[in-house]
Write a new protein. Structure first.
Length: 167
């Protein structure tokens, strides 16, 4: 009888650390996320553009000077999409590794100013159809699972195709 009680106590104690870890994970998931205030960058300049993806009809580049990792865990950047006919679309966007989402903050105008997007919500990233550039940024450059792949210099190195060395 005593051995049974002792066995239950030992089993209960053995399970406690996992319970605390689960509770900590749950608490982390339950924290309400708050987006930091948006600050629009300068308009992209051609010499700062870094191509990262090409579809049959468009090529996509990131303005290296606009790339930031915000304190809220978002990666923000200016995206320049150029059609095969030469038309350019410029947008300022945010990407969340933790939720596999993207948000359009503003559209670039030809005079170098921004027009804020009326849509103020995050959308799931899709890897189908014409808009695969966000999935490419997520999986190939910016994120490792639900985690940001590094600081801005690491993300830029990944975009440039440099291999990282770890000592």
């Amino acid at each position: 009888m005593l051995n049974k009680k002792l066995g239950r106590i030992i089993l209960t104690l053995a399970l406690l650390p996992g319970s605390f870890a689960h509770a900590a994970d749950q608490e982390e998931d339950d924290k309400e996320w708050h987006e930091v205030v948006l600050q629009l960058p300068e308009a992209p300049k051609p010499e700062n553009l870094l191509n990262f993806y090409k579809s049959p009809s468009q090529s996509f580049a990131i303005d290296t000077k606009s790339l930031t990792v915000a304190t809220d865990g978002t990666i923000r950047y200016s995206l320049v999409a150029t059609s095969s006919g030469g038309a350019k679309n410029i947008s300022y966007e945010g990407l969340r590794c933790q939720t596999y989402e993207v948000k359009l903050y503003a559209f670039g105008r030809p005079d170098g100013t921004w027009s804020r997007s009326r849509r103020n919500q995050w959308d799931g990233i899709t890897n189908t159809g014409a808009n695969k550039q966000h999935a490419a940024l997520f999986s190939d450059y910016f994120c490792e699972g639900k985690t940001i792949a590094g600081k801005v210099n690491v993300l830029l190195d990944k975009l440039r195709g440099k291999k990282m060395s770890y000592y």
